[in-house]
Design a protein around this ligand. Structure first.
Ligand SMILES: [Fe+2]
Length: 241
């Protein structure tokens, strides 16, 4: 390799290393941890909740910051644990394949702050159905959230909601739940009937896959990261000419 190419390679390498060093995502995770500590949001004031929203809003999302947590399963959405908050909260990164959606669900008394990291998601809120009413559920509101938008979902005022990716591209969101919950109730949109409570699974923990659906099919594993690696290597080839 000639001297010019060597210098060019070194400078590209250094810029990639400095990008990793300056990753603001761990800082976001730390700031949330510092604010919440082991208290949980039930003991926090409205000012604390606003501060959490400010922290979330202050972060401007880039895929390379958080792609190590982003596992995709085609046709579904995945829940990936970033931080367990020592039991007082959960910080999750959710990857939504195109045209995927959650069931209509409650939050089992947990507060939630949700921020869109990539793409666009729609949050639809529903009235709580009357018992044995057997009628379609009433939609209260439907809000499109674009990249970097955050929303606070109050544990007692949420009613029921659904999050959906109604687009033809991938979307990713960050969710802070406090106190953390593992079981929630889901509802049938057409009848309002409550389904059996089900456990909300994690697909990965701190970047390590733990779900058999990811482990069984290597093609599904870490698709975003693979796409990024391809992009990086293409960019590198382009830069090196
Ligand atoms: Fe939810």
């Amino acid at each position: 390799m000639c001297k010019v190419c060597e210098d060019k390679t070194l400078s590209v390498y250094q810029s990639l290393v400095s990008m990793d060093d300056g990753n603001p995502f761990p800082n976001l995770v730390d700031r949330i941890s510092n604010l919440l500590g082991s208290r949980g949001i039930n003991e926090l004031s409205e000012d604390d909740i606003n501060e959490l929203l400010n922290i979330m809003n202050g972060y401007k999302s880039k895929r390379c910051d958080w792609d190590r947590y982003a596992y995709l399963i085609p046709g579904k959405y995945t829940r990936n644990l970033v931080d367990d908050g020592n039991g007082s909260y959960n910080l999750l990164l959710l990857v939504w394949d195109k045209n995927s959606q959650s069931p209509i669900h409650d939050h089992s008394g947990s507060h939630c702050i949700m921020k869109v990291l990539e793409g666009t998601l729609t949050e639809s809120r529903y009235e709580w159905p009357l018992k044995d009413d057997n009628k379609p559920m009433n939609l209260v509101s439907s809000t499109d959230l674009s990249k970097d938008k955050s929303v606070y979902i109050h544990a007692d005022k949420i009613g029921l909601h659904r999050v959906s990716n109604n687009t033809d591209t991938l979307s990713v969101s960050l969710h802070l739940y406090t106190p953390p919950y593992q079981i929630c109730q889901t509802f049938c949109e057409t009848s309002g009937n409550m389904r059996a409570s089900s456990k909300c699974p994690f697909y990965s923990v701190k970047g390590v896959p733990i779900n058999s659906e990811l482990e069984e099919n290597d093609d599904n594993k870490c698709t975003i990261e693979k796409m990024l690696c391809k992009f990086k290597s293409k960019s590198l080839t382009k830069l090196l000419g």
